[in-house]
Ligand binder design. Structure first.
Ligand code: AMP
Length: 284
């Protein structure tokens, strides 16, 4: 497995792989890897001849400089995990390799069709602008056959599908299920910042979400929304930033149930911001 930090070095490797006619699987990450990330890499390894993983804490998708500073980084540990998982190449550039000053300071022009202004987009202005900016750049460099993204970041995945569609990119996006800790807590690099007591409480988020499924047939989405928010806010350390039940494709709030409903939540546990989601697959 090679670790490369320059664009020239990456291009050189990709050219050699393409010359052999091999398929390329790509997993973009911000590092501080856990079993959730590794599940994407394992899937990529099983479906492609050559697998590239990027490890880059993308500054343009952080709207809070403290969050960017505190984001955990450990490339040596990441490299060990990726080698074991069968990754062929890690691309780990510095921000100066990826962006000009002007790119860092200005928004990237993309028509999100409204997907960027709700939920995460409402509370993290410019976040998705930064996501599309970096993922489109990485796709251009890596030229993947297949790219793997987690359903944990549900809104991000919907936006990546739109990006590929609108920009007519020649890449297949593979949606991967959420990997959870034994407690049910969705795995996240940010979980490392929780105290033991907070981690136990944070696991209640998924319990409330799964419980809400049992009531979906008897309560409207509006009533269920209030119920979920009340149940989570009632727990020590936890404070809901938003919970919405939306259509999985348009991300618009729904008034009546459909089989395409998904509930998406952002919760503060202390000062650590966690996200999770659940599909409501109701019998129609
Ligand atoms: P990140 O490093 O947080 O940007 O995540 C990189 C990729 O891993 C994204 O596609 C995430 O959706 C995915 N991912 C993160 N956590 C999980 C998880 N618990 N289960 C599945 N995929 C995940």
């Amino acid at each position: 497995m090679k670790i490369i930090s320059s664009i020239d070095g990456l291009r050189h490797e990709i050219d050699a792989v393409e010359a052999k006619g091999l398929s390329i699987g790509f997993v973009p990450t911000m590092g501080a890897l856990h079993a959730g990330h590794i599940s994407l890499v394992t899937k990529a390894v099983s479906e492609n001849n050559f697998v590239v993983v990027s490890v880059f804490v993308n500054p343009t998708q952080f709207n809070n400089s403290q969050d960017l500073e505190k984001y955990p980084r450990d490339i040596e540990r990441d490299a060990k995990m990726l080698e074991l998982a069968g990754c062929n190449l890690i691309f780990a550039p510095e921000a100066s390799e990826m962006y000009t000053e002007s790119e860092i300071n200005n928004t990237f022009d993309f028509d999100f069709g409204g997907l960027d202004t709700v939920m995460e987009g409402e509370f993290r202005p410019r976040h998705f602008n930064g996501v599309v900016q970096i993922v489109s750049k990485l796709f251009q460099l890596v030229q993947p056959t297949n790219a793997y993204f987690g359903e944990k970041d549900f809104q991000q995945l919907a936006i990546i599908h739109r990006m590929v569609d609108v920009l007519k990119m020649n890449v297949h996006i593979v949606d991967c299920p959420i990997v959870r800790e034994a407690s049910g807590l969705a795995m996240s690099s940010r979980n490392e910042r929780l105290t033991t007591e907070q981690r136990i409480k944070a696991a209640e988020i998924y319990k409330v979400l799964t419980n809400s499924r049992n009531f979906a047939s008897e309560k409207s989405p509006e009533i269920l929304k209030s119920w979920v928010i009340y149940q989570i806010n009632d727990l020590k350390f936890l404070h809901v930033e938003y919970f919405d039940i939306v259509d999985a494709t348009t991300l618009k709030s729904i008034d009546t149930w459909t089989s395409n409903a998904v509930g998406c939540v952002a919760v503060f546990c202390g000062d650590v911001r966690l996200i999770d989601n659940i599909r409501y697959k109701l019998a129609e």
